[in-house]
Design a protein around this ligand. Structure first.
Ligand code: FAD
Length: 518
């Protein structure tokens, strides 16, 4: 009896030791770190949620930092604990990731929005720029820079995202064809590395760290400050939509518009499959040039391609701008009766998705699962992709928009960490689906996920040279194949700046304390 009891105790001790070895425990030492902010060990549920609404990993603690030094102190402490602690750290910007990228299972999530760095500062002059916190929302940068008649050059479609969050990916929108993505418009960064060092970096200073972090999926450091290039801001925007029934004509016009000196400041496009009422919705905000003809135009059942353009201007330039637009539009081959125009302020145009957010929130449709799939597709394969997927694998677009537009690779810097297709022009194709909670039909999560899977398999089987944007993979092999020839450089950068793999565990590329193998 005595022997049996001892055996059970021994067994329980062994289990406890095993759990201790595999699962990070939050050391009480975190509580005594000399920081200006604070740790929260109880209210941590918010940090286990993101926009994707599909992955939820509870952290053990959330750091609410007041300064970059709070972040550095915490990361350094964890670095000094060594690999045995298994403790990891994720920076959480605005939590708009899709697959738990900003989460840290039983680790520490840094709530970047608590960061109170120096105030945002706009510098005017020959090379205007703004110095911002890595936690700043792009919408706030827009409001602040506009006070000086300036604005960043390159955006995302939605502005309620943080600087650190989008610079860790790329930041792509309709201005990218001319200015490159947001990561092409950054001059300097302040970064906390995986060893807890605070480092300033730019093209000239610590340049390898600078380019590692840009598009680096949060793997090499936490961006605490950024210097972003600005340009004179326009006051108004002509916002235009034209339709095509033929993908080849649509793509040809898009490619023409992104080469040479395009008149337009923004070029995107999207697909409409089987959406009868959609054009009627537009008519409330867009005027058609020929309303009689447009009212006869029926989209019923057809796959349509919408080219979306914007031209920036100031009121005094109105006449000349109208003339320029008419000349440029005359070179396009859209369906003539489908020219829809609108005139809005620059802020209204840039913050357009927020209007949809407000509407969706009011209907309880914002916080649903978002099984998004974003792909970068080489120009030479976009036609075959469109033929195989649009109207085929996908027979309607009622689950959410599908964006499709080309960008010029020459506007991207090949020293950054971002992974791109191998051609000079590639398309962003974004399937931005929302799933109806608990539906088992074609608007349900399972159905959309299996559609995404089919699309990815098709890209693989046909060797289309496609790269995922906002990539997400489960295995090391998949990540290696995503990076291709860039894998070795990526691993080398990781072992230089975050050798214990403390940072960005939610990306699931490296495991803490696992050897960083090539
Ligand atoms: P989070 O989700 O909080 O973090 C994203 C990743 O970055 C995580 O790995 C995190 O650990 C890391 N990270 C966060 N902050 C930092 C930091 N300071 N330093 C280092 N790493 C950090 N993207 C586009 O390119 N173009 C678009 O047009 C576009 N539109 C979108 C529209 C909507 C409605 C949504 C929800 C997303 C859109 N995105 C777009 C994607 C968006 O850029 C990414 O989801 C981005 O990661 C979200 O930013 P966030 O601030 O919420 O980051």
């Amino acid at each position: 009896m005595h022997f049996l009891r001892n055996l059970i105790i021994l067994f329980l001790i062994c289990i406890a030791i095993k759990i201790n070895l595999c699962v990070p425990t939050i050391p009480s030492s975190l509580k005594t770190l000399p920081i200006d902010g604070h740790f929260d060990f109880k209210q941590v549920h918010h940090a286990a949620k993101d926009f994707g609404n599909r992955y939820s990993f509870l952290p053990s603690a959330v750091l609410h930092p007041k300064s970059a030094s709070d972040i550095a102190t915490t990361v350094k402490h964890i670095w000094e604990m060594g690999p045995g602690s298994h403790l990891t750290v994720a920076a959480r910007g605005h939590g708009h990731s899709l697959q738990g990228q900003a989460q840290a299972h039983r680790g520490v999530v840094i709530n970047m929005e608590s960061l109170q760095g120096p105030k945002m500062k706009v510098h005017t002059g020959n090379f205007p720029h703004v110095d911002v916190s890595g936690s700043e929302l792009w919408i706030n940068i827009l409001h602040e820079t506009l006070k000086h008649g300036l604005a960043p050059k390159s955006w995302t479609d939605y502005l309620h995202l943080t600087v650190g969050g989008t610079l860790s990916n790329a930041g792509i929108s309709g201005q990218a064809f001319r200015h490159g993505p947001q990561i092409s418009n950054v001059r300097q960064l302040e970064v906390v590395t995986g060893k807890g060092e605070v480092v300033n970096c730019s093209e000239k200073q610590n340049s390898d760290l600078f380019y590692s972090v840009l598009g680096g999926l949060g793997q090499f450091g936490i961006i605490t400050r950024a210097r972003i290039s600005l340009e004179p801001a326009p006051k108004m925007v002509k916002w235009i939509r034209v339709l095509y029934t033929d993908f080849a004509t649509f793509a040809k016009d898009q490619e023409m518009l992104i080469t040479g000196e395009s008149t337009f400041d923004y070029t995107e496009g999207f697909v409409i499959i089987n959406r009868t009422g959609l054009l009627n919705n537009w008519r409330s905000s867009f005027n058609s040039n020929d309303s009689a003809q447009a009212s006869h135009f029926k989209s019923d059942g057809r796959t349509l391609f919408c080219l979306e353009l914007a031209k920036y201007f100031n009121p005094e330039e109105m006449a000349i701008v109208n003339q320029e637009i008419m000349t440029s539009l005359s070179q396009l081959n859209h369906i003539p009766s489908t020219l829809f125009q609108s005139q809005v302020s620059y802020i209204e145009f840039l913050d357009r998705v927020h209007i949809s957010e407000i509407k969706l929130r009011s209907k309880g449709l914002w916080e649903v699962p978002h099984p998004w799939l974003n792909l970068l597709i080489p120009r030479s394969n976009i036609h075959i992709f469109a033929q195989l997927v649009l109207g085929n694998i996908l027979t309607n677009t009622s689950n959410g928009p599908i964006l499709i537009y080309p960008v010029n690779k020459s506007k991207w810097d090949n020293r950054t960490s971002v992974v791109l297709p191998e051609e000079d022009v590639f398309y962003l194709v974004a399937f931005l689906s929302s799933a109806a909670p608990s539906s088992t039909g074609s608007d349900g999560l399972e159905h959309i996920l299996s559609q995404n899977k089919r699309i990815l398999e098709l890209c693989e089987i046909d060797g289309l040279g496609v790269k995922q944007y906002l990539p997400h993979y489960s295995t090391n092999g998949e990540w290696r194949s995503h990076f291709g020839p860039q894998w070795e450089a990526f691993v080398h950068r990781k072992s230089t700046y975050d050798p214990l793999a403390i940072l960005a565990p939610g990306q699931r590329i490296f495991q803490k304390a696992a050897p960083l193998s090539l």
